[in-house]
Structures are given as C-alpha cells and as structure tokens.
Write a protein that binds this ligand. Sequence first.
Ligand SMILES: NC(=O)c1ccc[n+]([C@@H]2O[C@H](COP(=O)([O-])OP(=O)(O)OC[C@H]3O[C@@H](n4cnc5c(N)ncnc54)[C@H](OP(=O)(O)O)[C@@H]3O)[C@@H](O)[C@H]2O)c1
Length: 272
Amino acid sequence: MTSYAVTGSSRGLGLGFVQALAADPSNTVFALVRSISAAPKLHEFVAGHAHKNVHILEADNTNVALIKSAAEEVAKVTGGTLDVLIANGSLMHHERNKLMLDEFPDDKTLEDDLLTFYKINVIGTIHVINAFLPLLRAGKTKKCIIIGSGVGSHKMARRTEVVDNSGYAMSKAALNIAAVRYASKYRKEGVIFLSMTPGFVRTLSAFRFLLAPEEVEKFFSEAEAKVREKFPKYEGAITVEQAVRDQLAVIASVTIDRSGDFVSRTGTNVEG
Ligand SMILES: NC(=O)c1ccc[n+]([C@@H]2O[C@H](COP(=O)([O-])OP(=O)(O)OC[C@H]3O[C@@H](n4cnc5c(N)ncnc54)[C@H](OP(=O)(O)O)[C@@H]3O)[C@@H](O)[C@H]2O)c1
C-alpha cells in the first residue's frame, strides 16, 4: 500500500492526481480540499469510483487548525505515516491578474493582493508541509512534492518578459527556496523535497475570473503564440491527464540525490 495526500483536490490538476492515483486499488489517497461543500467534481468521482480508496478531508492552506486536523485524520487511517505529499493547492488567478506591479489602483490593493498570494501559496504550503512532515518521516517513500510553476523561474521571467500575475509568480519563486531549505535539512534522513512545474495545463477552471467559457480557447491560442515567439518549438498547453501522467512518473522514480531540485513535469531541471 502506498499512501498519498493531495491538496487542492477539488478540481484541475489536484483532482487529476486523485483520479489517477485512485485507479490503483493498492493506493490509499487522501484528497484534501479547501472546502468539502465546494468540491462537487471530487464527490462525483468518489461516489462512482470502483475502489473505496479515497478519503476526502478539509484543509484550507490558510487554516492551520484544519490542516493539522487533516494530518491527524490521515495518521488515524495509516497508523501515523504518509508516503507521498503532493502540495498542489494554490491561488493562481484573480480579477487583477493583468495588472503589473506599478499598475494597481492604489497601494493598499497592491499590498493586499501580494499578501494574499504569499499567505495561501507560500505560508499555506509551509503549514501543510509542517503538519504532514512527521507522517512523511515515518513513511516508506518519504516524498514531498511541491507543485511550482515555470513563472517562478528567474531565467524564464527574463526570457519570456511576461509581466502579469506577478504576485502569483513571486509566490512560486519563494516556494522553490522553501523546497531547497527543507531538502537541506532532511537530506540525511532521506526525505525528498521536489519542486515541480506541471507545464501550461488546460485547467479551465483557473480562468473563471478572467474569461467567458467561449473565450478560453482563444486565450490558450494567444498564450501559446506568444510563447512560440521566443520558443518556436514550444509544445503548447497540455491536458490535465498528460500533466498528471508525466508528473507521477517523475514522482515514482525520483531519488534523494535530486532533493531540492526544481524540475519540469518530465523531470528535467528548470533553471532557477
Ligand atoms: N494550470 C497550469 O497551467 C499551471 C501551470 C503551472 C503551475 N500550476 C500549478 O499547479 C497547481 C494546480 O493548478 P490548477 O491549474 O489545477 O489550478 P486550479 O484549477 O485553479 O485549482 C487550484 C486548486 O487549489 C485549491 N485552492 C485554492 N485556494 C486554496 C487554499 N487557500 N487552500 C487549499 N487549496 C486551495 C482550489 O480549491 P477550490 O476549488 O476550493 O478553490 C483548487 O482545488 C497549482 O499549484 C498551480 O500553481 C498550474
């Protein structure tokens, strides 16, 4: 039996991870959601799933007590262990997404937005890691996967010259440093920390603040064309299934020598 906990399981990649992992009846999957009542796709999947190997638990990155109690619930089921944590839950978009750092309507709005990204994506993820770390240390495979993003890469930022969604990008850059810090402390103990970017993935739900459904395809085509101006061989946005399949292959094979790395969904190193 291998046990997995995945945050942000209500939709998008998190839901994709849960579905793929739950397909193997020997896995036990803990699907962590921000709000149990706001995860209809996950409930629907679990209700119709052949194996009874998915446990749904509440864990909002901004609620430490809830995160700790989710870890306690996991420990009750597994006897105090967890093999793999996938810290996936993040705030990606909001209505002021398009604004560059010097374009906000006022200083307070700018500060509030940056703090929101930092609180959910950086501090929240750290709370999740801290709550589950004792279980991971007692687990068999000891893997903590932090879902990062290419927009958190300094080199990528220089090359693409993208200027929107800066709060999100900066939060992901900060997470990469957190991963290295954890990796440094726990290397001798064999706990692997890996920052991994899934690539540009067609998780349509992420665009609910920005676009009407019929505009989504246009969004992806334009975004792909923009990247291809700098990277002509760019593959374009991929499906959730592909992103999950590739990432799970890397998660299965990663070893302690790569702890602290920031990798693509296929395991190649992303330059910081
Ligand atoms: N899609 C891409 O192209 C892409 C590219 C690079 C990196 N990523 C990363 O991949 C991960 C998943 O992205 P996605 O595309 O699947 O995003 P998504 O569709 O927007 O889903 C985000 C998930 O995070 C959850 N979440 C939001 N706020 C949370 C909080 N405070 N506490 C706990 N969970 C919270 C959401 O829950 P609710 O449903 O309750 O809001 C949802 O389950 C994220 O870490 C993202 O940064 C995605």
